[in-house]
Design a protein around this ligand. Structure first.
Ligand SMILES: Cc1ncc(COP(=O)(O)O)c(C=O)c1O
Length: 384
């Protein structure tokens, strides 16, 4: 349960919305999980805690730090549970997410998307000046220059290295050295290490194939680290990795800090990959929908394209096959003997957790079938 205050206080203006008032009235009532206004994002607290403990255990045994990626949940209450479970801080993708989480009491934040441009640099510098323990990433001397121009107080910096994803990062060791040299020359900026993240490896289903791909990327990262070390730059922090590669990242031993995000709540696409660690994680995020049509041989439910991210297949249900049916509705093809009746709830495992949660103001936290808390998704939509 939340460590802050009672949900009404914590939700602020959100608590005045009629549907949210209805959810608040359900708190602590047995069976209330099945009466939440839908579509709604549901978090199973027992499953969530189990996933956090599992990551803490594996990484603790290996002596590797965990800095979970909060881009998955964008929620300060969930981040607090991760910190309580031993995380050294959190990651966010964007400065806007850092602003939202810092405003909700989360202090130690790494922004994993490299700083580009004056607007983002200004806001990163303001966050640091406001007292956030914010670390930023850079991958080009131009980004360093604008950050250095805006910084008024010390800011810790990591050089992002491209380990083969081709999305961000210095493309080779010499380029990384130029970025590190720019950081070293900038007043207020302190070089702390490197980041190397391979998003393209995370969902490789076959463990040996995944291992080979990550090993190649870690060779690229190691080459950059060795060059930076030879020139006297601090590479103490070596951060990266995700849910899919956590076991490989530990086995290869290059990263000192891991950034899994989806592991906390899981989704259908991660359940499709092999590996003992991923398979040991439990589904903690569900989207609840109401049956709004039951007169045909399929059911109509009130969760459509606006209720789920659509990039990774269809939502998954234990009792039938979901078909997209427009912005507001979906179809559930089911011959389940106890098929849900009009007005009752059905829960789905979302195909992809991060962009699904970003569609919701609230996470409805349940224990068993009881609604026990409401957590605001403070960084929802804060992708600037
Ligand atoms: C830089 C970075 N690190 C870590 C992650 C976490 O990945 P996952 O949710 O697959 O664990 C992401 C996700 O996109 C990311 O962009």
């Amino acid at each position: 349960m939340s460590t802050v205050t009672d949900p009404r206080t914590r939700l602020g203006a959100l608590a005045e919305w009629p549907a949210i008032r209805q959810a608040l009235d359900l708190l602590a009532i047995p069976g209330s999980r099945h009466a939440i206004p839908t579509p709604a994002a549901i978090i199973d607290l027992t499953a969530l805690r189990g996933n956090l403990e599992r990551a803490a255990g594996i990484c603790g045994d290996a002596g590797v730090a965990v800095r979970p990626h909060a881009k998955t949940h964008k929620c300060a209450d969930l981040a607090r549970l991760q910190l309580d479970a031993g995380a050294v801080g959190v990651c966010v993708a964007k400065v806007g997410e850092a602003e939202a989480l810092f405003g909700a009491g989360i202090d130690d934040i790494l922004v994993t998307s490299p700083i580009v441009g004056r607007q983002v640099a200004t806001r990163a510098a303001e966050l640091a000046a406001a007292g956030a323990a914010v670390t930023v990433t850079v991958d080009h001397p131009a980004g360093v220059a604008v950050l250095a121009a805006m910084a008024r107080t010390p800011i810790d910096v990591l050089v992002d290295i491209d380990v083969g994803l081709g999305r961000s990062g210095a493309p080779d060791p010499d380029a990384a050295l130029r970025v590190a040299a720019a950081v070293a020359a900038a007043p207020h900026l302190t070089m702390r290490g490197v980041q190397g993240y391979g998003g393209h490896w995370q969902h490789i289903s076959d463990p040996p194939e995944r291992h080979t791909a990550v090993a190649e990327g870690m060779r690229r990262l190691t080459a950059a680290i060795e060059l930076l070390d030879r020139h006297g730059h601090d590479t103490t922090v070596r951060t990266g990795g995700g849910t899919g590669t956590l076991e490989v990242d530990i086995a290869l031993g290059v990263l000192t800090e891991l950034q899994p995000g989806s592991y906390a709540v899981m989704d259908a696409q991660y359940h499709r990959i092999d590996g003992s660690w991923v398979q040991s994680l439990q589904q903690a995020l569900f989207v609840a929908a109401t049956v709004t049509g039951a007169t045909r041989h399929w059911l109509t439910v009130d969760a459509g394209l606006k209720a789920f991210a659509t990039d990774a297949g269809a939502p998954v249900s234990d009792i039938g096959a979901y078909l997209w049916y427009g912005d507001e509705q979906g179809l559930l093809l089911t011959d389940y003997p106890d098929r849900p009746t009009l007005g009752t709830h059905v829960e789905f495992t979302p195909p992809h957790c991060d962009p699904t949660i970003d569609r919701y103001d609230l996470l409805h936290v349940v224990e068993g079938d009881t609604l026990v808390d409401l957590w605001p998704v403070q960084a929802r939509g804060r992708s600037q």
